[in-house]
Design a protein around this ligand. Structure first.
Ligand SMILES: Cc1ncc(COP(=O)(O)O)c(C=O)c1O
Length: 370
């Protein structure tokens, strides 16, 4: 006799909608019978440069050892991160991407009867991990598409354990400065964890954004999450980390799977962190690509949300689904964000100059403004 296992799933999981990733190149090629080589994917905020040569070399050298389990403590990567960012190894929790760390946080501190606060239009994993843990997710209305930190403070109550804030935010690219962060952190109750998600910080560093790591000594309830999957170009290997107080890291390490970061990711991350040229080139290409896209969008008379990430949310002022379809037919994959409550927008990741040009040309054609 068959059984309804959905009905038997824990209540939070029953109501979950799965995360919808960017469409893979091969999937679009199969669906529309296109040559994968001619498809441009600007849908997942990936690094358009290809991997760091140093990371590739480290991966090749490690391949012969993949019969062994990885170093479950991630000793070498933690040492590298400690040296680079002035952290103690005890403050670091490694994750299979920073997604993994976000999920560990929810598993460790959220449960039925408790809640997590995040912004409308914030990264989809916050509500998913919160709900999977059986807790209530409180989406606070955004202000100009960005976080309304005052309203988020007001949404915190006695049952709040976690507040997720992303700087810059995905999918909007919005950001806040050091004064806003300080004012926020100084007023969040000491028993509420603030998760400051800095997945895109490397694209914004040196500008108007605060460096979350520098607030850790003063705020023991702060967890900064970062990733090697964006600016460092290792999305396919999945590696990220959290920096926090040693006690918070100790809790996270209790729920972490023993070998959550694989051995190729560990060595590649160390090498990528050492490749300053790669990081600098990625930033340069991103800044140039952002300017190229902004000029192209302005020429098409389109609006977008100013962004400090490696992507832009473009507002078409009308249902964006048919425009997305037109782009797909021309072999250009961007990200629909209707699932985020932004049905008139498409999010486009910054690519190489040629990829950005392909996107703009395809868009002009779809809009009949070519
Ligand atoms: C705001 C934000 N946080 C975290 C992540 C997770 O990144 P990863 O798991 O690849 O490190 C993403 C990925 O898109 C993101 O946009």
């Amino acid at each position: 006799m068959s059984c309804d296992f959905l009905a038997l799933a824990v209540p939070g999981v029953q109501k979950l909608s799965p995360y919808v990733p960017g469409k893979p190149v091969d999937e679009l090629a199969r669906e529309l019978n296109l040559d994968p080589a001619g498809i441009v994917k600007l849908a997942s905020n990936e690094n358009p440069l290809g991997p760091s040569p140093k990371a590739l070399e480290a991966i090749r050298a490690e391949l012969a050892d993949i019969t062994r389990y990885p170093d479950g403590s991630g000793y070498a990567l933690k040492a590298k991160l400690s040296e680079r960012f002035g952290l103690a190894a005890e403050q670091i929790t490694l994750g299979n991407g920073s997604n993994d760390v976000l999920d560990l946080i929810a598993r460790a501190w959220l449960a039925p009867g408790l809640n997590a606060v995040f912004s409308q239009y914030a990264f989809a994993v916050y509500p998913i991990s919160t709900q999977a843990a059986g807790a209530e997710g409180r989406a606070v209305p955004a202000k100009d598409h960005g976080h309304d930190l005052e309203a988020m403070l007001a949404a915190i109550d006695a049952n709040t354990r976690v507040v997720f804030v992303a700087n810059p935010n995905n999918p909007t690219g919005t950001w806040f400065g050091p004064d806003a962060l300080e004012s926020f952190l100084s007023r969040v109750p000491a028993n509420v964890l603030v998760v400051l998600d800095e997945a895109y910080i490397e694209f914004a560093e040196g500008g108007e954004l605060p460096n979350g790591l520098s607030y850790l000594p003063r705020y023991p309830n702060l967890i900064v999450t970062r990733t090697l999957c964006k600016a460092y170009g290792l999305a396919g290997l999945r590696v990220g980390y959290a920096a926090s107080s040693p006690q918070v890291a100790d809790v996270l390490n209790r729920v972490r799977q023993p070998f959550n970061v694989n051995s190729l990711a560990l060595v590649a991350a160390c090498a990528a962190l050492d490749d300053a040229d790669y990081l600098a080139e990625g930033r340069r290409v991103n800044a140039a690509g952002m300017a190229q896209l902004e000029a192209g969008l302005a020429a098409l008379d389109l609006a977008w949300i100013p962004s400090k990430g490696n992507f832009l949310a473009v507002d078409f002022g009308t249902d964006a689904a048919p425009i997305n379809q037109g782009l797909l037919q021309r072999g250009v994959i961007v990200r629909p964000v209707a699932g985020y409550g932004m049905p008139t927008f498409l999010r486009v990741s910054i690519g190489t100059e040629a990829e950005n040009a392909r996107f703009l040309a395809a868009l002009a054609e779809v809009l009949g403004r070519g």
